[in-house]
Design a protein around this ligand. Structure first.
Ligand code: GSH
Length: 253
């Protein structure tokens, strides 16, 4: 039974958004979904900047205790949710244990590594109006290097197939949210056998299947089955990325 919580989730169907809906689903929490339409740049509207001054999804506001608590940045949200609502440490570790700090290390490694690097690979491979081979190569190679770090970590019986403490936690989930979009960045996972097995194990989880379909059906893999679908999906995203950049340039002249 879902725990009685009053959590507002502000999200969109992207890797960073999906990692939070998947975390909420794994914890079995009740939450209200607010679809922030990034294709209309709603993440930059005044009302949303009060929730996340950085103008990016995801963010949550937790009203459960009566005093609204806003949290932005994926890792901060995952840590907050586990600290409040994972008392049995089903997908986390007790605060200040060796595993806890190892988990925090992988969370922050993902936030400063895979997220930005793969995000830029997406940008130059899919959205940029001119194809710059150097930039595509730079970010795809860096993404692959980071996948290699994950693959090495998962290798060997001592890992138990998970990043920390031989169990599935938010460290795995946060990295999964990006690795699950590898093909969109033009990167293969099959060349990383341990990573591929880990990816499929997480994709098979019921909570994750529900979580990736928030706030709308996860369509990227389906769209990529045809050239037209792939192009249409890229064009849709490219349009708002370009519009957002134009507005930012005008604002910061
Ligand atoms: N480090 C942030 C990254 C958030 C982020 O970049 N979100 C993207 C979607 S995946 C976004 O809101 N993009 C809108 C924009 O670029 O204006 C986190 O983990 O929360």
């Amino acid at each position: 039974m879902a725990q009685e919580t009053k959590i507002d989730l502000y999200t969109a169907g992207t890797p960073n958004g999906q990692k939070i809906s998947c975390t909420l689903e794994e914890l079995g929490l009740k939450y209200n979904v607010h679809h922030v339409d990034i294709s209309k740049n709603q993440q930059k509207e005044e009302w949303f900047l009060k929730i996340n001054p950085n103008g990016r999804i995801p963010a949550i506001v937790d009203h459960t205790s009566g005093k609204p608590q806003r949290i932005f940045e994926g890792a901060a949200i995952q840590l907050y949710l586990c600290s409040k609502y994972d008392p049995k440490h089903n997908i986390s570790f007790p605060y200040d244990s060796a595993e806890y700090w190892e988990m925090v290390s992988w969370l922050t490694w993902m936030q400063s590594g895979i997220g930005p690097m793969q995000g830029q690979a997406n940008h130059f491979y899919r959205y940029a109006p001119t194809k710059i081979d150097y930039a595509i190569n730079r970010y795809q190679t860096e993404t692959k290097r980071l996948y290699g770090v994950l693959n090495d970590r998962l290798k060997g019986a001592e890992s138990g197939g998970w990043l920390v403490g031989r169990k599935y936690t938010i460290a795995d989930l946060c990295c999964f949210s990006w690795v699950n979009w590898a093909e969109w960045a033009g990167v293969e996972t099959k060349t990383f056998p341990e990573l591929q097995g880990w990816l499929e194990r997480i994709q098979g989880r019921e909570a994750v299947r529900r979580g990736v379909d928030v706030p709308e059906k996860f369509e990227m893999k389906e769209k990529m089955k045809t050239k037209e679908g792939e192009e249409e999906y890229a064009k849709h995203h490219s349009n708002w990325v370009m519009q957002g950049m134009k507005e930012d340039q005008e604002k910061h002249r």
